[in-house]
Design a protein around this ligand. Structure first.
Ligand code: SAM
Length: 190
């Protein structure tokens, strides 16, 4: 029997596979080890485009190697900069954006997303989103800066105008050890 509620990442993958289609323009705001970037690149097809951001050279390099191995590098632009500067690099509307926050698995835990730049990045990203576009955020409240980030994101998203956005929160409320939380924002068409 298929399970719908495995964890936040699994729900992200399911939404991605449904929402991102051939020809889509999408953003991976935190490429890390490149799993999401690779999946997105395979979904957008030859006519689509993926923009990927990370502040760490290691993340950019390991993602580039993965993409080249899978012959997907031609449709991806990897950008070594903070996602808060997204509008410096993207001058078009996008259909889907994923923020998988926190630190690089296997990397330095001190290099992690921070609430101030994350909120700025989400604000700028929402401006770039097409009508009916989706922005997903996975936040990890199990570590100290993730806990602050979760509170700030919660405060910020609660105030988004409901005429413009539908905002959802998937929180696994009967699990111990602070599992990741998924926020989903859909831009309404007016
Ligand atoms: N999506 C990734 C994957 O599929 O492997 C996992 C992402 S990892 C949890 C978070 C990443 O965010 C790290 O690689 C980290 O370097 C990056 N990061 C931290 N601050 C950032 C910022 N301001 N802008 C862009 N990326 C940032």
């Amino acid at each position: 029997m298929y399970k719908y509620f495995v964890n936040a990442i699994d729900i992200v993958n399911n939404i991605m596979k449904k929402r991102v289609v051939e020809g889509s323009t999408v953003v991976d705001a935190t490429i890390g080890n490149g799993h999401d970037t690779n999946l997105l690149a395979s979904l957008v097809g030859n006519e689509g485009k993926v923009y990927g951001f990370d502040i760490q050279e290691d993340a950019i390099n390991s993602t580039r190697i993965k993409l080249e191995k899978n012959n997907l590098d031609n449709r991806v632009r990897l950008i070594k900069d903070s996602h808060e500067y997204i509008q410096k690099y993207i001058n078009e509307k996008v259909d889907f954006i994923i923020f998988n926050l926190g630190y690089l698995p296997g990397g330095h835990h001190s290099i992690t997303t921070k609430s101030d730049s994350t909120i700025k990045a989400v604000e700028k990203s929402l401006e770039l989103l097409n009508n009916n576009g989706i922005l997903l955020i996975v936040v990890y409240p199990g570590h100290s800066s993730g806990k602050i980030e979760k509170e700030k994101i919660d405060d910020y998203l609660k105030l988004l105008n409901q005429k413009e956005f539908t905002v959802l929160k998937f929180d696994f409320i009967n699990q111990i050890n602070h599992p990741p939380i998924l926020y989903g924002i859909e831009k309404k068409s007016n």
